[in-house]
Design a protein around this ligand. Sequence first.
Ligand code: SF4
Ligand code: SF4
Length: 459
Amino acid sequence: MHTPIKDRVTTIGKGGRRFWLYPAKFHGLWLKRRQILAAVLILFFFIVPWTKVNGTQTVLLDVAERKFAIFGAVFWPQDLIIFWFYLVGTVILIFLITAQWGRLFCGWACPQTVFLEHVFRRIETWVEGDGNQRRRLDKAPWTLTKVRKKATKYFLFLIVSSHFANTVLCYFVGTDQVINMTFSDPRENWSWFGFMAFVNFLFFVNFTWFREQFCLIACPYGRFQSVLLDGDSMIVGYDYNRGEPRGVLRKKEKRDKGDCIDCNRCVAVCPTGIDIRMGLQMECINCTACMDACDEIMDKINKPRKLIGYTSVASLEGRNRRFFRARTLVYTGLFLALFTVGSVLLVNKSEIIIRMVRPPGASFTLNQSDEITNHFQAKASNKTPEPITLKPSVPEGYELVAALDPWVVPPQETVQNQIFIRKKKDNFSNTGKESLTIRFYDGEAVATEAKITLMGPKP
Ligand code: SF4
Ligand code: SF4
């Protein structure tokens, strides 16, 4: 095990060389809790694309069609403003959670941690053994046993990566579409096939080789930590008042030292290779591994647990931890405001949208019967789970002719139509312009309305 240093990222040596980490296996209450949450999150991730709400995939981020579905609510390009409120609101919520509870998300729910610690590391430990066994295996010359173990590990990694890549694809193009693509020739879907292969490759490289470096040098959230945390934020911390001066435990020696017996177990299990006894560090992802490891040691030497535990800088310095601070109140206010506005827009958003535009260059035509005709290209988007049949209606004095009549729009689809509106020239406004509201009926009920401007000749 290498010795953590304070003046640079622990896993990177002076010449830029990487120290490969071999985190040791450990047990504990916090690990059990994290495993339960990880199992729920992993199941959620893999199962959700196979479920539907109101006939639409529960979560679908169809970038190609610019259509997003989340738990039955379908967002189209014109709903992006609602998305914006929820997106910025979520960022503020993350600020709030970080200011209050530190990097809780990193240690408990981040996909990087969940997959690395609860899937890939477990496979690795199962095939190659605990940290020290893995270190010895890596240093050992290539033998048949080493080849077998490495091949088995990478083969299993590849299976998980492929499954992950396929699931990601399900979120972006839809599960039904992925099934179709799976049974068709890859040459018919080159772009999606390439996307899936790319995600598979990224996932495989990330969890096989890049690992903790993602949290240390690539993740922007980790960088934000230094400005979001303050002395009252919850952190995983070492109680130096209780632990220091540390010293190795010797039998038959009268101990006048702190509770830390300098066993280095907390460093051995750390997935980012740091020593939490050096204080709060950017590399700490609050994974609680050192808490479990130290609790095990404390149990063995009959000392109270929580030498390493959830705490705050304020508590460690003997002050009361303040829950309400100016920054948390501002974050809470902003979050509530953004989510309220987003929710009001969501509740009031129209489920049937009509867009009517003139074809390029067209204004109006005047026929021999002195009738003015305005031509519009109309698009109807149906966001409901049921098909609709639209029947346009105009006030008396106008005549409307539609190319598609009846105008049937299947659920979650957009159908284009050509609409012509006629009016006698004698009855047309002498300003050369008229506003008109077209009502669109679905059965007996008005489904939606569209306001347009008609053009005509000026006197
Ligand atoms: S595991 Fe606990 S006792 Fe051992 S070195 Fe870490 S803090 Fe000290
Ligand atoms: S210091 Fe502890 S909580 Fe932080 S990353 Fe290492 S093991 Fe996890």
